[in-house]
Design a protein. Structure first.
Length: 364
């Protein structure tokens, strides 16, 4: 926990005073206990006097319009643009973080973009975005800001997408996920040993979050697992994880296996072989998952969507570019154009045409 002379920010929620006078943050399971002018591990939630503040409210590391498939979400408004943003800091300590310059940042001069909830919603509309994504770093730690933006987006007819590791307490789950419409949860592994040694967290809390999303909300849910050689990519672990997903979350939850590339504190770990992704996809499908994808590699077959009834290609993908589209949508219900088998997800009559473009935005 860090200290400094003066801390400014917006009042934060989810904390209480403990017997020794410190304030305990109750937003995530780290339960940081802070004296005056101390920051939690996430760095952005801090004690200022007799309360906790969020130091990054209204401040972002930047705004960009991305393809929704980049989140990744393959079954939520395919082909449409999503305005994406994050802040700084993180409540996990993943040694392989691929956004470490943002999530591990202790330099607030990175937060050069300032925008309130209304301005973000207005910019999303004017850019043609169909949704706003809270991403780049984990939005759990900027809950107050994310929730306010999400409500403003709903007022403009926009959807909200959370990209998160799901490391959040039971008390805060309802408020955070309440205004969201879709979520991609980063299920980093299926052993507590990996979570603790590599991420400084615990698996059980993430599984509880997934069960909450599945059983107590109507959010569209997809999962991502970054397969890291010799750490979480064994056939046994993939088998156990995908069996749990199929049993507890259901076979229609899309799962994305993503390739690791050396980064941050794991530069000596080799990249994930494509064969590992293919093998893991086969295991997941054998265990009953209907929609399993590969990412961070060139793999049109592993990126495309197939009918679980007749096996025909429904959505062709090359990277973030959509090709063939063989889906019929009637009153929000999507079906295979060939055999009529239902397709799980949130679809419209026609896909969007945003493609793979990345459009940085400046919001005033």
């Amino acid at each position: 926990m860090d200290t400094e002379r003066h801390i400014e920010g917006t009042s934060a929620r989810y904390w209480h005073r403990i017997d020794d006078g410190r304030l305990q943050c109750d937003l995530c399971p780290r339960y940081c206990k802070l004296r005056d002018k101390q920051r939690g591990l996430c760095f952005v939630r801090a004690r200022s006097g007799d309360g906790l503040v969020l130091t990054t409210y209204g401040r972002s590391s930047g705004f960009c319009v991305d393809p929704i498939e980049k989140k990744p979400l393959n079954h939520f408004l395919p082909g449409t643009p999503v305005l994406s943003f994050g802040t700084a800091g993180c409540n996990l300590a993943c040694k392989f973080c691929q956004n470490w310059d943002i999530s591990k940042s202790r330099e607030f001069d990175r937060l050069q973009a300032e925008a309130g909830p209304g301005a973000i919603a207005d910019s999303a509309v004017s850019s043609g975005s169909r949704s706003v994504a809270y991403t780049y770093n984990d939005p759990v730690i900027f809950l107050e800001y994310a929730v306010d933006v999400a409500h403003a987006c709903h007022e403009h007819g926009l959807s909200n997408v959370a990209v998160t590791a799901g490391y959040i307490t039971e008390d805060a789950r309802e408020e955070f996920f309440g205004p969201m419409d879709a979520v991609n949860v980063d299920l980093k592994a299926f052993t507590d040993d990996f979570y603790w040694k590599i991420c400084g967290a615990h698996l059980d809390t993430v599984l509880e979050t997934l069960l909450y999303i599945r059983n107590e909300t109507e959010l569209w849910l997809e999962l991502t697992t970054l397969l890291i050689p010799d750490h979480n990519d064994s056939e046994r672990e993939v088998d156990e994880m995908t069996t749990w997903i199929a049993d507890k979350l259901g076979p229609d939850v899309p799962l994305h296996f993503s390739a690791f590339h050396p980064d941050w504190k794991m530069m000596d770990t080799p990249p994930t072989p494509r064969t590992t992704l293919t093998r893991s996809r086969e295991i997941a499908r054998r265990n009953g998952l209907h929609y399993v994808y590969t990412g961070n590699v060139y793999d049109p077959e592993g990126s495309s969507t197939y009918c679980i009834g007749c096996g025909s290609m429904l959505i062709e993908r090359t990277g973030y570019e959509l090709g063939a589209w063989h889906i019929d949508v009637d009153s929000g219900r999507a079906c295979c154009a060939g055999c009529g088998t239902r397709i799980a997800g949130v679809f419209e009559d026609q896909p969007g045409n945003w493609g793979s473009r990345r459009l940085p935005l400046r919001i005033n």
